[in-house]
Design a protein around this ligand. Sequence first.
Ligand SMILES: Nc1nc2c(ncn2[C@@H]2O[C@H](COP(=O)(O)OP(=O)(O)OP(=O)(O)O)[C@@H](O)[C@H]2O)c(=O)[nH]1
Length: 308
Amino acid sequence: MTDTSEHRSGFACFVGRPNAGKSTLTNAIVGDKVAITSSKPQTTRHTIRGIVHRDDAQLVLVDTPGVHKPRTLLGERLNALVQETWAEVDVIGFCVPADEPVGPGDRWIATQLATAKRTPKVAIVTKTDLVEHETVGKRLLEVAKLAESLGFEWAEIVPVSAVAGDQVQLLADLLVGLLPDGPPLYPEGELTDEPELIMVAELIREAALEGVHDELPHSIAVVVDEMVPREGRSADNPLLDVHASLYVERDSQKGIIIGHKGSRLRDVGMTSRKQIEALLGTKVHLDLRVKVAADWQRDPKQLRKLGF
Ligand SMILES: Nc1nc2c(ncn2[C@@H]2O[C@H](COP(=O)(O)OP(=O)(O)OP(=O)(O)O)[C@@H](O)[C@H]2O)c(=O)[nH]1
């Protein structure tokens, strides 16, 4: 049995500007695909938790949305969600990508971070596989100076590459070291407490975002309307019917999503179906509808319906 007096447990979250590598790092630490990554910024809308179970600790990772200056109601809600998360966690990991200089976006977030006075903050220089050694060193210095100029200190500064698996274990150890003593908070074997519906919706959204440009990412939302086991299937060959709606803001965007003779939507369906099957461990029939919800980003009623 685990001796709880030598066991730590608590929450950590990664923050950083869009594309800083937060979701990828979460996945690398948890060792499974639970958070959604995408080459498009600002796709992590929901607070998705991955849980690291160890003999000596349980680390619950909360993947916060990309912090950004709010432009719409949705943006404001995202930022409120981030602030709430910071107040609740035991340690915050601030991510800056090694392949880009520390800039105004990072400074803006660090300024917000400075207000979370009681929470230890670890600076993480991500994507170190993309640059030379000296650049990593330069970035580490920039990050240290950033905190100094804002009147606080990092508990640790760590360079990592989630893709190369470099220093990921060390980072996990450092985060664990900053957690309070306590028994496990979740049962063993649980990777995430995110409802399956939301994870399925995120997988569809991720597939829909692949290969679309410019403004579109901000205009897509996915709602899973229904997930029901197909009747009359034998227990050893089940099939899950998933009905989902993909919301866009304008008719023109509907065309982009659907593609020529529906070819794009078919690809989105195929890609996400495979992911959903892997996630849920069962065969899936996916029924995807594209709908227009005009200006949904600014409409509180629509936002509630879409789970914000
Ligand atoms: N080469 C390399 N690429 C990485 C690494 N970590 C993340 N990336 C890439 O950087 C991009 C952004 O990574 P994400 O993990 O989605 O970034 P994020 O900070 O969660 O982004 P938001 O959800 O927009 O806030 C993706 O294309 C990743 O594949 C890394 O260690 N090395």
